[in-house]
Design a protein around this ligand. Structure first.
Ligand code: XMP
Length: 328
């Protein structure tokens, strides 16, 4: 494969006008490439796949078939937002697969982090491939590859997703990667110009295995539920106090240990919810956001009052290194 290099003459997309020019140019190019054929896309709801979807919807409308796989490890409200934005607002051809039970059944009892990641990654491919096989006449596979993916992997990761597909499918599809020369800030500019909601375009990074790497050890449905609810409260409170737009990544992790507590005069055993709020440029190193104590107290009060199963809230003050951003 020829090396992909962003031409020096390509202006950085920093204004709505430049974003619109990129969109117009890509719509033309996509229509030429795709003609009257069909395109398949795995739509996670992350920034890159959402922007690719919105662009392709503008270019080829219902010829784009987006598949959103809910692996049961999404944050609260995320799959619902994908359906609302793409099916209801943009009138997209969206296949929604709720595969929660498949993933959680496979993950039951598995505590090794690498094994958990492998199971989630493989099952994702299985579910996506099953959906792809149900559809006739698909010629293209769209991907949200962006320029940093290409630089970091010298082209390898660009084919990471399709690389995981079974051979019969891999050989069938031609790739469509309209964001391949863009940096993240440019992808966001284009997303805004395409009319995607701000919370989707400025979404903080979220690992592919989702809450699976934050429900530490062997995932159980009750602890995963507690994690999702606690995480939603953290996000709500960070939104309210203005930290949401300032902090690079923030989330809750819930370990598989219980401590004793007391609630309504009775012994109340529960899991701790651990807050992580970090700032970084490239995720290689990270510093800790100094969250005001008033905010921490409010979050603690809400989580311990509102989330079944959580009886303590902790704050992780460890920078990277030594701590990684995620706990596993
Ligand atoms: P760590 O924990 O290594 O994380 O400091 C650095 C950044 O990468 C994200 N991360 C992942 N993203 N799949 C992903 O797509 C993964 O398995 C994964 N693990 C970590 C993490 O959220 C952080 O932004």
């Amino acid at each position: 494969m020829a090396e992909i290099v962003r031409p020096e003459s390509m202006a950085r997309i920093t204004t709505p006008e430049l974003a619109q020019a990129f969109i117009d140019e890509q719509i033309d190019a996509l229509r030429k490439q795709i003609g009257d054929k069909k395109v398949l896309l795995a739509l996670s709801g992350g920034v890159d796949s959402s922007v690719v979807a919105a662009l392709l919807i503008k270019a080829v409308g219902k010829q784009l078939l987006s598949v959103h796989v809910n692996h049961g490890l999404m944050r609260k409200g995320e799959s619902e937002q994908v359906i609302e934005v793409f099916r209801n607002q943009l009138d997209a051809n969206l296949i929604y697969v709720d595969a929660t039970d498949r993933f959680l059944d496979l993950l039951a009892g598995v505590s090794d982090p690498e094994q958990k990641r492998k199971i989630i990654g493989n099952e994702f491919i299985n579910v996506f491939a099953e959906e792809a096989r149900k559809e006739d006449g698909i010629s293209f596979l769209a991907q949200g590859t962006i320029y940093p993916d290409i630089i970091e992997s010298k082209g390898v990761k660009a084919h990471h997703n399709v690389g995981g597909l079974p051979d019969d499918l891999k050989d069938k599809f031609e790739l469509v990667e309209p964001l391949m020369l863009l940096y993240k800030d440019e992808v966001r500019m284009v997303g805004v110009q395409l009319g995607l909601p701000a919370e989707m375009v400025y979404r903080q990074p979220f690992p592919g295995p989702g809450l699976g790497v934050r429900c530490l050890g062997a995932i159980t449905r009750d602890r995963l539920h507690a994690l999702r609810e606690a995480d939603a409260i953290l996000r709500e409170e960070f939104d309210l106090c203005g930290l949401a737009s300032k902090v690079w990544q923030y989330f809750i992790a819930v370990p598989d240990i219980k401590s004793v507590g007391v609630r309504d005069g009775k012994r109340y055993e529960g899991w701790p919810a651990i807050i992580r709020a970090v700032n970084t440029v490239d995720a290689m190193t990270a510093t800790i956001e100094e969250v005001p104590y008033t905010v921490l107290h409010k979050i603690t009060a809400r989580i311990t009052a509102e989330v079944e199963g959580i009886n303590r809230v902790l704050m992780d003050l460890t920078p990277k290194p030594v701590g990684t951003i995620e706990w596993e």
